[in-house]
Design a protein around this ligand. Sequence first.
Ligand code: SF4
Length: 327
Amino acid sequence: MLLDSHGRQATKLRISVTDRCNFRCTYCMPEEGLVWQDRAALLSYEEILRLARLFVDLGVTQIRLTGGEPLLRRDLPVLVKGLKALPGLQKLAITTNGTLLEQLGPALYAAGLRSFNISLDSLDPVRFQASVRRDALQQVLNGLHSLSRWPDCEVKLNTVVVRGHNEDEAVAFARLARLHGWQARFIEFMPLGQDDAWAQHSVVPGEELRQAIDRVYPLKMLAPAGKNPAARWGFVDGTPGEVGFINSVTEPFCHSCNRIRLTADGQLRTCLFSLRETDLKSPLRQGLGDAELIARIQDAIWQKEAGHLIAQPQFERPLRTMSRIGG
Ligand code: SF4
């Protein structure tokens, strides 16, 4: 098992397959983008599959594919198929900005993918463009709606809420979730961007959004945050769909964190806000055996941080930005 010194077990692995992205979200990267990593610096699918097998053998039951924008990585269905075939893996999911979903969704579905999280910060085309610096809302909505052809697909929306930008759209997102039976999740703004854009006053507490929705669509709690980062709420009137609140800043859930991350360039991160990483790529390419890799992984996870220190005097923003961590 992958235990840490705080008594938590890591069972969820987020794998970033690329640092590239076709969006320029203001809270993630500058308008001009970032210098992308060379292809050779990224783990190949064979390397990802080998590491994923080790993690699953060590008790990881869920894998989430992330980026940058994961659908930009060529032949992604090949990796999906390989991961789906791993004995012991219970769930495979992806987080995408949705722009390529209408095009690539069928191949991903055919490869076995059934769980899609779509990042969508606004339903207003002007705000959307201001937030991601691309005129692509319709493309994202087309991708999102293309998933409706597969009733066995789990669809979740991820909305990063920033004060003064999109907090007034919470009810509209809840309405969309009711209409399609999706889960609309609201993520508190976190300091993970390229610059110092983050400030405590820009954070909209999830509880504030929950109350705003509850006034229009009365809610009932389904599950608190913990093993899942989102506190899940259903609709009292029985309408399908849910809303979720990821209150990392105002109601941290680090005490029950079960998540670890593998970056596209093969670094193991034990926390979203880690200031240190464990290189798995070099030993892999130097021909280390499974036992040595496992020892390195278990050692790193044993030292996993207790939690983030956001808004505390000793907080340090990680040098690696969101697009290179994979959220
Ligand atoms: S901040 Fe780190 S420890 Fe806390 S929930 Fe996120 S990944 Fe886990």
